[in-house]
Design a protein around this ligand. Structure first.
Ligand code: ARG
Length: 288
C-alpha cells in the first residue's frame, strides 16, 4: 500500500466507525445503560400500577379473631378473611393494632381506612360508619368460675360483671344492671376482664362467644365454665369503613361474596373453628 492509499483506507474505516456510532445513537434514544443483571419485570411489559394499600385498624387482643403471635404479627380469623377479601379485590391491606376504645374515632378521623375487629353491626354504629356484608355470626356468652351457681343472664343482676368497654357485651350488661351500676366493671380488653374473673375481682364476664370459648379452652387453669342464655340476640360481625366510602365498601363486599362463592371463606372458617359454617351451625343446633 502506498502512503496515500493507507491514509484513505484509514479515513474510510474512520468514517465507517463514526457512521456506526451515529446509527447506534439514532436507534437507541437515550442510550441504553450497560447491561447489568436485570430484574425480571424489566424484561416484561410496563409494570401494572401498584395496588392501593389500605390501613386497617384492629384491636389485636381478641383471639382467635385478631391477636398478636409471638413474632408480634397480627393474626386470626378476621385477619385471614380480610386478607382474602383484599386479594380478590386487588388491593393491599396493612393491619395496625388499634386500641378498641379509640378505634371508631380513628376511622372517623381518617387515620384508618377500614376496621376489621370483630365489630358487631348495630343500628347505632351504622349512624356513624358504614358496614360491609356480615362475615361472622356471634352471640354473647357468660364466663364464670366452674363452681359458680350462675345459670342464666338474669342471675348476674346483683353481681360484679366484667366487660370490655364499649362492646356489645358492655351494652347488654349495662342494660341488665342499670346505667349507674357500680357493679359493671369495664376493662380495656376482653382478656383483661377474663383475668380479673380468674383473680376473683368480678363474678362473671360477658363477651362474644368465640373469644370466651377460645379463652376457656386455652386456660384450663382458670377453671371457667360458660353459660349461654337465649335472651342474647344474634350478632353479626362486619368490616367498617368511613361513612360514605362507597368505593371501598363495594370492593370489600365484592370480595366477601367472591370468597364465599369459591370456598375460600369455608376453608378459613374450618381452619379456626373446625368445620364449615353450615356444619358448625347444624352441630350447635343439634346439641341444644
Ligand atoms: N363484637 C363486639 C362488639 O362489636 C366486641 C368486639 C371487640 N373486638 C375487639 N377486637 N376487641 O362490640
Amino acid at each position: 500500500m502506498t502512503d496515500l492509499s493507507t491514509r484513505r483506507f484509514l479515513q474510510r474505516v474512520g468514517m465507517l466507525a463514526a457512521g456506526l456510532v451515529l446509527a447506534a445513537c439514532g436507534k437507541q434514544e437515550p442510550p441504553a445503560p450497560a447491561p447489568v443483571a436485570s430484574a425480571p419485570e424489566a424484561a416484561s411489559a410496563p409494570a401494572p400500577a401498584p395496588a392501593k394499600v389500605y390501613t386497617v385498624g384492629t384491636d389485636a387482643a381478641y383471639a382467635p379473631f385478631e391477636s398478636q403471635n409471638d413474632k408480634a404479627e397480627i393474626v386470626g380469623f378476621t385477619i385471614d378473611v380480610m386478607s382474602a377479601v383484599a386479594q380478590k379485590g386487588g388491593f393491599e391491606v396493612k393491619f395496625v393494632n388499634t386500641p378498641w376504645e379509640g378505634i371508631f374515632n380513628a376511622l372517623q378521623q381518617g387515620d384508618r381506612d377500614m376496621l376489621a375487629s370483630s365489630i358487631t353491626i348495630t343500628d347505632e354504629r351504622k349512624q356513624t360508619m358504614d358496614f360491609s356484608a356480615p362475615y361472622f355470626d356471634a352471640v354473647q356468652l357468660i364466663a364464670v368460675k366452674q363452681d359458680s351457681k350462675v345459670a342464666k343472664f338474669d342471675d348476674l343482676k346483683k353481681m360484679k360483671v366484667g366487660v370490655q368497654t364499649g362492646t356489645t357485651g358492655d351494652e347488654v350488661v349495662t342494660k341488665l344492671l342499670g346505667k349507674t351500676s357500680a357493679n359493671v366493671k369495664r376493662y380495656e380488653s376482653t382478656p383483661l376482664a377474663l383475668k380479673e374473673l380468674e383473680a376473683g375481682g368480678v363474678d362473671a364476664v360477658v363477651a362474644d362467644n368465640g373469644v370466651v370459648i377460645h379463652y376457656v379452652a386455652n386456660n384450663p387453669g382458670a377453671q371457667f365454665k360458660t353459660v349461654a342464655d337465649a335472651s342474647f340476640v344474634p350478632e353479626q360481625y362486619g368490616f367498617a369503613v368511613k361513612k360514605g366510602n362507597a368505593e371501598l365498601l363495594a370492593l370489600v363486599n365484592k370480595g366477601i361474596a367472591d370468597i364465599k362463592a369459591d370456598g375460600t371463606y369455608d376453608k378459613i372458617f374450618a381452619k379456626y373453628f373446625g368445620a364449615a359454617p353450615a356444619a358448625a351451625a347444624a352441630a350447635s343446633a343439634a346439641s341444644k
